[in-house]
Design a protein around this ligand. Sequence first.
Ligand code: SAH
Length: 471
Amino acid sequence: MQHFPIFLAVAGRRIVVAGGGETALAKLRLLRKTEAHLTVFAATPDAGVEALAAEGHIRLVRRAFGPGDALCAVLAYAAHDDAAEDARVAALARADGALVNIVDNLADSAFITPAIVDRDPVVVAIGTEGAAPVLARAIKADLETRLPPTLGLLARLGKAFRHAAEALPMGRRRRDFWADYYFNSGPQAIDKHGEMGANVALDLLLGHHLAAGDRVGHVDLVGAGPGDPDLLTLKARKALDTADVVIHDRLVTPQILELARREAILIDAGKEGFGAAMAQADINALIVRHGRAGAHVVRLKAGDPTVFGRLDEEIAACEAAGLSWRIVPGITAASAAVAAIGQSLTSRGRNSSLRTLTGHDTRGFAEHDWRALARPGEVAAIYMGKKTARFLQGRLLMHGADPATPVTVVENASRPDQRVLSVTLDRLEPALTDAALTGPAIIFYGLAPREALALSLPADPALTPLNEALS
Ligand code: SAH
């Protein structure tokens, strides 16, 4: 980040603008939203600038900007569209101690003016460090449609009510009250009865929350999906929005953790101390401890929590502790991985059943019905199979599987570093070891990437390097 976004206190302070043309006027339109004192220096101002002066919105000084004109000003804009004149103004204003912006000259400016979405007191500032003004405008347009026009009013009323809301204890109960107001009762009341309605709603809501007493904790067992934040369900997003504590697996990506409520406590249950995995009993105890303390706990698991997620043990712990719980499903790794190779997990005439296997279980390499799997047309999605590939390969071949059966390994499915390794059963090892995968991987037994897809992706870094290395 080359520019750090802040909100500058300008109410009652001076901002000077040098220039009286269209460029200056555009800046003045924005600056008029503030409570700053605006002074414009222009020898020959345009009619628009004259009009602002006539209406008393700005003080207009009908001469060129000179030494000392930016004294006590927090900001100074050089807005002449004339490089030499703007440079002269900038040097003088800097000497007066103001932060200087030369319009459309990023390099010589001390600050930039963002695109603004104004729902005062809620203000969204969008900046691209000059890289893509078109993008900033598109984001602004998007936010303008998404944020209701009443948001500002809601926030102003809320601000005036802050003192009253202190009757609720700080922390979770007060937060619940505000969440209820901003996202539920407040907008409804404004829609129906306007400002009066929102004020009444605040009073009623506070009474309601005061009467409700302490809330007990709750545990959401949430699927985080395979890694791409866009593959989170809306329910998972909402749970993350309101979580007090997020206890997550090692496989949950930072981009997803980023979405947790800013005040939430994040606990990595995949690691402890110097990297050893936290024991399941300790994770259960952690969930229960936070739940009992009244927290909304999100137990965030990679993929779908019901697939190889030791979910039953965590549910049993919640029930034993008398905590309410809910499962929020997620997209399992096999779904994301099969999408990456353009295939379907089941297919008419090929396989009418799908096996979901784990390469190893708590006792080591997992045994399966190898004879059944070895039959032609079988398809299996193998989780946690990287280290057990040689064992799987040996067992399957031993039970009569065709050595030419396609096997596809998808590493980091749905993530930017996704890679695909396509081989046959007899070549699975040492190919897999040679490929030295470092991320989580799904092994599809009985599935090859769709041919058309493989052909259409010769330049795709996700598909080529491994396959080339192996051919
Ligand atoms: N509950 C998870 C599975 C947990 S077991 C789910 O539904 O996906 C952990 C295994 O999941 C890993 O060893 C790997 O086999 C698989 N896995 C998880 N995320 C993956 C990803 N993004 N790409 C490929 N495999 C993944």
